[in-house]
Design a protein around this ligand. Sequence first.
Ligand code: EPZ
Length: 418
Amino acid sequence: MPSYIIEGGKRLEGEATVSGSKNASLPILAATILNNGITKLYNVPEIRDTKITQEILKFLGCKVKKSKGKIEINSKNITKKEIPEHLMHQMRSTVILAGAILARFKEVTFSYPGGCDIGSRPIDLHLSGFEKLGINIVKNAGFIVCKCDKIVGANINLDFPSVGATENIILASVFAEGETNITNAAMEPEIVDLANCLNKMGAKIEGAGTSNIKIIGVKRLNEVSYTIMPDRIEAGSLLCMTAITGGKIKLNNVILDHINPIVNKLEETGCKIVKDKSSILLEAPKKLKAVDIKTMPYPGFPTDMQSVFASILTVAKGTSIIVENIFENRYKYMSELKKMGAKITIEGRTAVIKGVRKLTGAKVLSTDLRGGAALVSAALVAKGETEITNIDYILRGYEALDEKLRKLGANIKIKEGD
Ligand code: EPZ
């Protein structure tokens, strides 16, 4: 696998533009199955996860045409109703396709999605939601077979506001007979983007972005063109990567509401922030102040920002306390930060970070997507050279990250793997 080679110590300064949202693109790519026709999507980020999802759409029988900034999917000739195991295991969020295939064909077969290094990632809430919609589920030898004669709207309460389960139930119920009400639904902006795209196709979804979502079943959906919203986690990551270097950045193509919790915390560290309609200007102090972080479902501080934010606190002035409330195993990257001189102690879901004067470059391993991004952030300020291996994880979720950082003055290059 390729590595990043980063020479630390360069203060980042300049402008960057946020790409389309990975976590909105994936469910919206799944939604293209539903209209039995052509969907034109704009601003889909060119990253591994969107490429894998397009591979699965092609495996199912879709025609996928790509041109600059646009992906055209024709879902007329879908012939398969199963998600290939090898692709399921490459990316667990492919489970989101199950709801869309079920809505159109009333059957789907898929294997248990791979867990990953941030937790077991069960899908019990997805499956119990499907069962409430009248779908029969048979599990054997690692495969899950879902079948039904018809999908009937139901009242579904989620034990936990799961993003994926909320999206999968919305996708599975767009053609249901009658009304589906999801209570304790996830409120993430990616769910609003999915609902906006489905409603533009002719679906009837109300309340997306709140914890009560109503889906009134319709007969069919039409062809549509849709532009994916900006990626709030990439935006937060670029702000943090600038802040750790004491730098200054003008970030374009942001939706300020989506990054509020991140911006508020960055201001607490001493960063000066000026907001414009769809851009934000951050200027960091030489030394950041320690802050405490608790991850929560949206609109709380996002779990996907926990690792990158933690990296900037390793060189802040003072001690920071982090509590990860969403995933049970999302601190693996911290052992890699310690190789660079970070002072961190972990007790269950709580991590205590004592700011140090400086980090030193080292050879470190990215354990997962956002953990890898945390190592990039630390490497930008570390003394000397850092090699980050296993960067395929990072390439899953950040479009042209090295180019964007180089344009801001970072000394970063990709070393091809052997
Ligand atoms: C989505 O994952 C995102 N992925 C994750 O981003 C993000 O961290 C997560 O939401 C939380 O915001 C995509 O959108 C593709 P969940 P998802 O279901 O849907 C438990 C990234 O870095 N749970 O909200 O898998 C689960 O174990 C990725 O971009 C169940 O118990 O997250 C976890 O503890 C990482 N049963 C919690 O809920 C279920 O059936 C949150 O999971 C489903 C989830």
